[in-house]
Design a protein around this ligand. Structure first.
Ligand code: EPZ
Length: 421
């Protein structure tokens, strides 16, 4: 039971600079890819200190990949893998541990992992992962909550068309294909920046991959991969989170260590709301928020480069006090409005009907006791509390620690009255 809470006294303007940590959703597939490297060490710089990353390191150590943290880097060595099973306890710690399937199967020819539980966002099917790996020659049986996967003759290249540009399925196919016999094509591949980061890492290790960032990716299997050094891309969702914190609290903020391009439509959308944002230098974003924001009318979450589903809760927090009505359409996950019931406790006006949420801006929210429901929903409560009248106390904050490095330290450093208790 998580007893830690975040206590936030709302109403303090934000003023200062935050350095954004490396991307959780890149570090996880990169750590999985490390299991493929039979020859030499991998050094992953800018690897964020997150509980999900710690869980991924525990999975690597369990299967025999040496994995240790050295400051902001993680060093792995996978010259021999002693186990191909990811036990249920470790699988349950992190839903995205399905991303180990492709790498362990591709490296050892077998993999046993417990069916990844659903999560707060609804059932998290893996049918696209399984169908693709079967096309590559894997035999996959689902029994007693476990996936028994084997490819006794090794995996072979295949021509795969995804019915949905699933990020995880695209990653798993790439991880399975880099050591497969022959060439694999992925049509309707995900185009998220984390895919390009994964393929850049694998290419440095000797893999032959083309097309990352487009919807057709080609992987030509090779015999063996060697170690390399790589720096994890900045976390675009953490960057969007801190921009939304400034939008809720008002004030001005510089984000450094970011790649503004990866934020896609988030920046122009916040500019239409009245946030003054511009990028400068190689890796910095400046935001200045004064007065009441304007509602952005409609927000539809889409696969990259559309509006990211992971920023939906965050921008909703900013819309709760914007002038006007915002219509949200959540097209990616079935159940991604769990933060709404908590935001309603703060006095906002939101109506949810299926995948649509209608937010009517109110003058101001009021602080109260809140419960984080999931990673990004929890972060949205933090953002909303910064601008609310009075004190908010947020519990179940282990959800937030999965994806944000010391969120309270980052926000306190720019003037927020927030502490962990
Ligand atoms: C990744 O999840 C991210 N997680 C998610 O971030 C992100 O929201 C999501 O991509 C979309 O961008 C990591 O990278 C660790 P999907 P993933 O496969 O790979 C359905 C966060 O907050 N689907 O693109 O699980 C699925 O149910 C997390 O950092 C199938 O139907 O996302 C969902 O509705 C949350 N069958 C949709 O596709 C499948 O086999 C998108 O899923 C796979 C997915």
């Amino acid at each position: 039971m998580d007893t830690q809470k975040l206590m936030i006294v709302g109403g303090k303007r934000i003023e200062g600079e935050i350095r954004v940590h490396g991307a959780k959703n890149s570090a996880l597939p990169l750590l999985s890819a490390a299991a493929l490297i039979a020859d030499g060490e991998c050094i992953l710089h800018n690897c964020p200190r997150l509980t999900d990353v710690d869980a991924a390191c525990r999975i690597l150590n369990h299967i025999g990949v040496k994995c240790k943290r050295d400051g902001s880097s993680v060093i792995t060595a996978a010259d021999n893998i002693t186990c191909h099973e990811v036990p249920v306890k470790l699988m349950r710690e992190m839903r995205s541990s399905i991303v180990f399937l492709g790498a362990v199967l591709g490296r050892t020819g077998q993999c046993r992992l417990s069916f990844p539980g659903g999560c707060e966002l609804g059932p998290r099917p893996i049918d696209l992962h399984i169908a693709a790996l079967r096309e590559m020659g894997a035999e996959i049986r689902e029994e007693h909550g476990y996936l028994e996967c084997s490819a006794p003759d090794g995996l072979k290249g295949a021509d795969i068309s995804l019915t949905f540009p699933s990020v995880g399925a695209t990653e798993n196919i790439i991880l399975a294909a880099v050591l497969a016999k022959g060439t694999t094509l992925i049509h309707n591949a995900a185009r998220e920046p984390e895919i390009a980061d994964l393929t850049e890492f694998l290419t440095k290790c000797g893999a032959k991959i083309k097309g990352a960032g487009s919807d057709v990716i080609t992987v030509e299997g090779v015999e063996k991969l060697h170690g390399c050094e790589h720096s994890v891309i900045p976390d675009r969702i953490a960057a969007a989170t801190y921009l939304c914190c400034a939008a809720c609290a008002g004030g001005e903020l510089v984000l450094s260590g970011v790649n503004a391009e990866h934020l896609g439509v988030v920046i122009p959308l916040m500019q239409t709301m009245g946030c003054r944002i511009y990028t400068f230098g190689r890796d910095s974003i400046y935001i200045n928020v004064r007065g009441r924001l304007k509602a952005p009318l409609t927000i539809r979450t889409m696969p990259y480069p559309g509006f990211p589903t992971d920023a939906q809760a965050l921008i909703m927090a900013a819309c709760t006090c914007a002038d006007g009505i915002t219509v949200f359409v959540e097209n990616i996950f079935e159940n991604r409005y769990r933060h709404v019931s908590e935001l309603l406790r703060m006095g906002c006006s939101i109506k949810v009907e299926g995948k649509v949420a209608i937010v009517q801006g109110v003058k101001r929210l009021s602080g109260t006791e809140l419960v984080a429901t999931d990673l990004r929903g929890g972060a949205a409560l933090v953002a909303a509390a910064l601008g609310a009248e009075g004190v908010s106390v947020i519990s179940e904050i282990h959800h937030i620690d999965r994806g944000y490095e010391n969120i309270e330290q980052a926000l306190r450093s720019v003037g927020a009255d927030i502490k962990r208790k």
